[in-house]
Design a protein around this ligand. Structure first.
Ligand SMILES: Nc1ncnc2c1ncn2[C@@H]1O[C@H](COP(=O)(O)OP(=O)(O)OP(=O)(O)O)[C@@H](O)[C@H]1O
Ligand SMILES: [Mg+2]
Length: 207
């Protein structure tokens, strides 16, 4: 589904610091992956490359065998991948319902209730929700479309254990019954235990 081929990456502002070093890895449909790694190890950087938000310094990213650089990147970002950002990236002046509606065609109220928001909360302003509730809105938005690849950066970081488990079950279900390729960056051992495959990002490589 998604192949990383010999990826090298450094930020132009800091060319002496290699973030990813000859990293290669295949991700399959129908599986939930957890990527662990110390703070600063490059997890968010890796996700943004997979999401087509940035381009690797060297190497290729293939989706269903095709280099994403040969596709229209806008089209790739719109139809092939969906990303839950570490800082949610919700639109503050809209309600949860409106935010989720921007993510795709699925019924936004149904999705918000699936992640545990009430109807009333779904109609409130984003800024009047707690961090954990905002996180759940971001998750609902990410599954509103039909993208076959779901990427999430610390999606349960702000949630209590039982809410986190409910969210993990939703991602698991998307992988196992809808055959999505789900890749989650996390510090949570609870989440890692539920993943099909656990990878560690260290020294620029995934093991
Ligand atoms: N825009 C940028 N310009 C230069 N360096 C950056 C930039 N963004 C991140 N970095 C550096 O790249 C390294 C990897 O950052 P990244 O955000 O990918 O880490 P992370 O594994 O997601 O960490 P965390 O667990 O804290 O979220 C860090 O050393 C960081 O300081
Ligand atoms: Mg990060």
């Amino acid at each position: 589904m998604l192949t990383l081929e010999n990826i090298v990456y450094y930020y132009k502002a800091q060319p002496e610091k290699m973030i990813l070093e000859h990293l290669s890895r295949q991700f399959e449909a129908g599986k939930m992956y957890a990527i662990l790694g110390e703070s600063g190890s490059g997890k968010t950087t890796l996700l943004s490359l997979m999401a087509g938000l940035d381009i690797p310094t060297e190497g290729r990213i293939l989706v269903s065998g095709e280099d994403i650089r040969h596709r229209n990147l806008n089209e790739y970002r719109r139809h092939h991948v969906s990303l839950v950002f570490q800082n949610y990236n919700l639109i503050d002046y809209l309600t949860p319902l409106e935010n989720v509606k921007l993510g795709g065609r699925k019924d936004p109220m149904e999705l918000l209730q699936l992640v545990g928001l009430t109807e009333k909360e779904a109609r409130r302003n984003i800024l009047q929700l707690s961090g954990g509730q905002q996180q759940r809105v971001a998750i609902a938005r990410s599954i509103a479309g039909d993208a076959p690849i779901l990427l999430a950066d610390e999606p349960t970081g702000n949630l209590d254990e039982s809410t986190a488990l409910e969210i993990i079950r939703i991602f698991q279900d998307l992988a196992h019954t809808q055959r999505k390729c789900v890749i989650i960056v996390t510090h949570s051992s609870q989440l890692a235990e539920e993943a099909d495959i656990v990878l560690l990002l260290k020294d620029g490589k995934l093991a």
